[in-house]
Design a protein around this ligand. Structure first.
Ligand SMILES: C[S@@+](CC[C@H](N)C(=O)[O-])C[C@H]1O[C@@H](n2cnc3c(N)ncnc32)[C@H](O)[C@@H]1O
Length: 208
């Protein structure tokens, strides 16, 4: 009961604050500058990307958790383009095959329970010429000590942070899902604890 209260009434507010860390907001700006037209955002959260979309007509804001989506209300009201809430999970996207030009995911793939299935769905609904834009915290492949702690602490992190894994090798997962990585940049985000600091920014297309 206490855990349910935490998940419904405390965690969404913590998420909303933590995800506004300036170094993360800077990466949102960089990632989203070239995204335009009709866009699917996976794990929309509290709407923190909205301010950075420059040429978007319609945003399909896919967010399964109503307690989190609720905190996006004011940001959605202040947005000049159409935002449509899709209450669904990335593992089963309610879109036709090869129907979308742009799909966005910011720090969401870490939290998806069946990430391989979600990537297969993203692959399915993306047009052959479409682009998947993502930024994510990842397994630190160059530091064995951090990696050890990421593996040890992931079970606890999943409990306190709504299913978030500290130890996903996103580059490997994307390549296994048949994505071609047009841009693939690792960086360490400022002011984030070392265990979640290593990040990956990717633009990917379907392998031709
Ligand atoms: C760490 S938050 C990131 C939120 C937002 N993308 C951002 O950048 O601030 C992870 C988000 O993924 C969502 N999520 C979790 N499981 C999901 C799933 N299976 N499909 C789609 N979204 C999911 C959560 O509800 C949460 O909003």
């Amino acid at each position: 009961m206490i855990y349910k209260f935490y998940q419904q009434h405390i965690f969404p507010h913590l998420l909303n604050q933590v995800m506004q860390t300036p170094s993360l907001m800077d990466k949102r700006r960089e990632l989203l500058a070239t995204v335009s037209g009709e866009v699917l955002e996976i794990g929309f959260g509290t709407g923190l990307n909205l301010a950075f979309y420059q040429n978007v007509d319609t945003l399909y804001a896919l967010e399964p958790n109503p307690d989190i989506y609720h905190l996006a209300a004011e940001r959605i009201c202040a947005t000049p383009f159409d935002v449509q809430h899709i209450q669904a999970s990335a593992e089963k996207l309610p879109f036709a095959d090869a129907s979308l030009d742009h799909i966005v995911s910011t720090w969401t793939l870490c939290s998806i329970a069946h990430v391989e299935q979600a990537l297969a769905e993203i692959y399915r609904v993306l047009k052959p010429s479409g682009t998947f834009h993502l930024v994510e915290h990842v397994l630190h492949n160059e530091n064995q000590r951090i990696q050890l702690f990421q593996n040890l602490l992931t079970p606890l992190q999943k409990k306190v942070a709504d299913g978030c894994h500290l130890n996903r090798d996103m580059e490997k997962l994307l390549k296994n899902a048949q994505f071609e990585l047009l841009q693939c940049e690792y960086f360490d985000a400022a002011t984030i604890p070392k265990i979640g600091q290593r990040m990956l920014l990717v633009r990917a297309q379907k392998c031709s």
